[in-house]
Design a protein around this ligand. Structure first.
Ligand SMILES: Cc1ncc(COP(=O)(O)O)c(C=O)c1O
Length: 355
C-alpha cells in the first residue's frame, strides 16, 4: 500500500531511519565503557525493542509495570524499571511477573517501599530485585544523602531483596540546547551518582548496576566513571524537541500524516488535533520547517509558515511531533514505511499502559 492510501491522522515510522538510529547508537556504545539499556517509554513497541536487543542492548528500561508486562509477553528483557512500584496492587503485579520467570529489577527510594516489597515477597514466595534511585539533581524521586543510599541498600539485603545497584536520571540536563551547559549539568549529576557509588563501596555494598542517562547526555554518561549502563530512549525515533538539542545526530523516524481540511489567508487547518498530536514541547513542524503547528484544538491543527500559500484542501501534510512519546501514546499503530510504501503495521502495544 502507498502512504497516499492511508486514512489520517496516522503515525508513520520510517524503517530505514529507525534502523539507522539503532545502528548508530549501537556503534557508539561499542566503543563506550557502559552498555545500552534503551528506554521503552519511547517506542512502546516490541518490534523496536527486539531490534535494539539484536543490535547489542543488554536489556530494556521501562517506566511502568504495564510496559514491562508487554515486554514480558513478547519474551523480551531483562527489564529495568526505572521507577518505583508502590502499593500492594502493583507489588502483586510485580510478583506475578517474577512468578512467570521474568528478569525484572525495579527502583526504590524509601524504607517504606522496601518493607512493602518484602511483604509482597512473603505473600508470593518470590524474590524481587531492586536498585536504589538517587536524586542527581532533577529533584523528582531518589535519595540525596549517600548515607541514606547505604541504609537502603542494607535494608534491601536485610529484607531478603536482591540488591543490584543504583540509578540516577539527569532529566534536568538532557534537553538543554547549549552543549556546554548541558555537559556541565550532566557532569555535576553524574558526579553525585559517583559519590553514592563510592559510599556504597566503602560500606562493602558495591553496586553491580549503575544506570543513568538520556539521549541528550548519552555520550558523556556512557564513558563516565562508575556508570555501567545508559537508559537513552528518544534517540530511536528522535522527535522535534530533541532535534533542537542534538541537531542531525539521529534521524527523525516518527512523523504524523495529516490531511488539510481548510485553507485561509494566513493559515491552513489539518485534521490532527490535541487528541492525536501533543505540543507541550513546543510547536510540531514539517521536517523542512516550512510549516509549523501554531495552535491545536481538539481535532484541528492550525498550520502557519511559508508553505501555507501553496496548500489546498485535500493535500497531505507530514508533521514531526515535537514530543514523540506523548504523541505516539495517543495512537495504537505505527504504519511502517520504506520509500513511500507501507511495508508493515506494528501495534504500539504499550501505548496508554500507564499503570
Ligand atoms: C528515568 C529515565 N531514564 C531515561 C530517560 C530517557 O530519556 P531520553 O528521552 O532523554 O532518551 C527518561 C526520560 O523520560 C527517564 O525518565
Amino acid at each position: 500500500m502507498h502512504i497516499d492510501e492511508l486514512d489520517t491522522p496516522c503515525l508513520l515510522l520510517d524503517l530505514d531511519r529507525v534502523e539507522s538510529n539503532i545502528a548508530r547508537m549501537a556503534e557508539f556504545m561499542k566503543g563506550a565503557s557502559a552498555s545500552l539499556r534503551p528506554h521503552f517509554k519511547t517506542p512502546k513497541c516490541p518490534e523496536v525493542a527486539r531490534r535494539q536487543l539484536e543490535a547489542g542492548a543488554i536489556g530494556i528500561t521501562v517506566a511502568k509495570l504495564g510496559e514491562a508486562e508487554v515486554l514480558a509477553d513478547a519474551g523480551l528483557g531483562p527489564i529495568l524499571m526505572a521507577n518505583q512500584v508502590v502499593g500492594p496492587v502493583k507489588i502483586d503485579r510485580l510478583m506475578a511477573l517474577l512468578a512467570r520467570g521474568v528478569d525484572i529489577t525495579i527502583a526504590v527510594e524509601s524504607e517504606f517501599n522496601v518493607q512493602e516489597l518484602a511483604a509482597g515477597a512473603a505473600r508470593s514466595g518470590q524474590r524481587p530485585a531492586a536498585i536504589i534511585e538517587v536524586d542527581s539533581g532533577m529533584h523528582r524521586c531518589g535519595t540525596t544523602d549517600p548515607a541514606d543510599t547505604v541504609r537502603l541498600a542494607q535494608a534491601l539485603i536485610d529484607a531478603g531483596i536482591d540488591y543490584r545497584g543504583i540509578m540516577g536520571y539527569e532529566g534536568h540536563a538532557v534537553l538543554i540546547e547549549n552543549a556546554e551547559e548541558r555537559n556541565e549539568k550532566a557532569v555535576a549529576a553524574l558526579t553525585i551518582v559517583g559519590e553514592h557509588v563510592e559510599a556504597l563501596a566503602e560500606a562493602g555494598l558495591p553496586p553491580q548496576i549503575v544506570s543513568v542517562g538520556g539521549t541528550g547526555t548519552h555520550e558523556l554518561a556512557a564513558n563516565f566513571a562508575h556508570v555501567t549502563e545508559v537508559q537513552a530512549g528518544t534517540y530511536v525515533f528522535m522527535d522535534g524537541r530533541y532535534q533542537d538539542v542534538l541537531p542531525g545526530k539521529f534521524a527523525s523516524a516518527l512523523s504524523m500524516l495529516t490531511t488539510v481540511v481548510g485553507v485561509k489567508d494566513r493559515y491552513a487547518v489539518c485534521d490532527a488535533g490535541m487528541k492525536s498530536l501533543t505540543n507541550e514541547f513546543g510547536p510540531p513542524r514539517s521536517e523542512d520547517g516550512t510549516l509549523k503547528v501554531a495552535r491545536l484544538s481538539e481535532e484541528h491543527a492550525f498550520l502557519t509558515g511559508d508553505r501555507v500559500a501553496n496548500l489546498k484542501t485535500g493535500d497531505r501534510v507530514t508533521i514531526i511531533p515535537s514530543h514523540g512519546d506523548t504523541t505516539l501514546n495517543l495512537h495504537s499503530t505505527y504504519h511502517v514505511v520504506r520509500d513511500g510504501e507501507v511495508v508493515d503495521e506494528w501495534p504500539i502495544l504499550a501505548a496508554r499502559r500507564f499503570k
